[in-house]
Design a protein around this ligand. Sequence first.
Ligand SMILES: Nc1ncnc2c1ncn2[C@@H]1O[C@H](COP(=O)(O)OP(=O)(O)OP(=O)(O)O)[C@@H](O)[C@H]1O
Ligand SMILES: [Mg+2]
Ligand SMILES: [Zn+2]
Length: 566
Amino acid sequence: MRASQLLLPTVKEDPAGAEAASHKLLVRAGLIRQLAAGIYVFLPAGWRVMRKIEAVIREEMEAIGCQEMLYPVVNPAEIWQQSGRWQTIGDELFRFKDRKGADMVLAMTHEEVVTWLAAREIHSYKQLPQLWFHMQTKERDEARPKSGLLRVREFIMKDSYSLDTDFDALQRSYDKHIAAYDRIFARCGVSVRRVLSDPGMMGGNIAHEYMASSEAGEDEIVFCEHCGYAANVELAVAGPDSAGPATGPGRGGGAPREIHTPGRRTIDDVAAFLGIEPRGLLKTLVVVSDDRGALLVAVRGDHDLHEGKLRRIVGEFRLATPDEVVAAQGVQPGFVGPVGTSLPVLGDESLRGGVFTGGANKADYHLDGIAADEVVDEYHDLRVVRGGDPCPECGGALAGERVIEVGNIFQLGTKYSKPMGATYLDEQGAEHDIVMGSYGIGLSRIAAAAVEQHHDEHGICWPAAIAPFQVHVLVVRAADSTQTALAEEIYAALGERGFEVLFDDRELSPGVKFKDADLLGCPVQVVVGKLAPERVAELKLRASAERRDVAVADLPAAVTTALAAS
Ligand SMILES: Nc1ncnc2c1ncn2[C@@H]1O[C@H](COP(=O)(O)OP(=O)(O)OP(=O)(O)O)[C@@H](O)[C@H]1O
Ligand SMILES: [Mg+2]
Ligand SMILES: [Zn+2]
């Protein structure tokens, strides 16, 4: 491909409001353009990256025996009503009516279509297992599309589905996907961690996410270098504190004692005023929940309540208003505590056995010596786990990291097959629900995560397997006929050897061309300059900036070696 003919509109300015490096670089390098919030055009170089990612995924899915097909984006609402997701998913699901007035859906994922198909085409255990995949546009009316390709409203997903007779067989399909996913991310040059995840709207029991380390990510994980425990903070748990339960000065045994804490409402203020660590305090909140009404929720002063964890226990909830707090506890927020309350008290596991200082339910007073076991009605895992917390498996220190979710895998079980009637007959002729799994990868998330992990101040440094071109040939002085002739020769020769070559034949200053090449980030650059009369060019590796002179005859071998290393 000749740069003079390629639509590769590089720009100097970052897109307005962009924070993520991948957002800035993909736009500046001329790979994508935003049509509307979270809706992008892929320009030729950007689409080449996507096609390469697609090819890697296709090879690896086929290698585990997964069959490719294509499911439609436009779905009748009925199948979403049958699965229940028409009712449970909110505004993220694009809905519309067709000309006859029938409710329709733009598919945001394809469990419904797959289960519909399985219900019709799978009858017998002899047909199982089945592994199906497709790569298709997904539509989601995301609340906050942002960060370029990282969170968009229209994107291409590889989603695969496994159909099995039972959970043991599902585990085998799941393990095959784990092996395929490891290879896919490794080949695409994206380093990931597989972590335990919350099955969320997909339902089912066991689920994992593939997380690529990046500051631009919206998710947080914790992991243990000692034993391998790794989980999304949405469901991560911590082990018991090695320092033991909190006990402070003058505490332990006896009745709680009132202490005067005038105007001290926050954990930090109270801790500073009393000269104790926040971990010796109770953080007590009044919440109003759908399932259980008003509740008192307590976590340690140095911990934060995890809203998702509490929601899983008590249903949707909100913080009580100050008036509701006064009505329930007889005091303003800031001095609320668990002693003497009429509300049920839910406490975080880390409070077990500890003695704390907490609100006295009396203005300007706290209570010292509150034994958690005497006031907490139910212990649950309620807190946000962070880096530094103890590992639940081995007690070592967890590390925390911000990440991009690039893929995920779910053991769905019979969550969709049961309501949608996808069954099979076993050897004895008895009918069972098909046991399903679902496995997603966002193609554009891989592209963006690769850029997040591989870039420098000059631009992108594409991993070779997904680079828009493998080799970028540049001629320093396009007006010099010796240089141009040699560059043309190299361009043709590398092309004949099967390399994907971009040839910058534009009559622009060398500086502009070098800048564009570094911005676009093809792994190997071949620069034809003043050594052209000697039939020598310069080979530069984009990522390491390593450069050396290579005789034209040796270029194909040198490029092959360079690509293998990037
Ligand atoms: N809005 C989006 N933009 C780009 N890619 C996405 C988006 N939502 C999901 N994906 C990709 O599709 C894969 C599978 O989709 P799935 O529905 O399981 O994701 P999700 O849990 O909704 O992701 P997230 O938590 O980031 O919203 C994700 O792992 C991700 O790679
Ligand atoms: Mg989502
Ligand atoms: Zn551990």
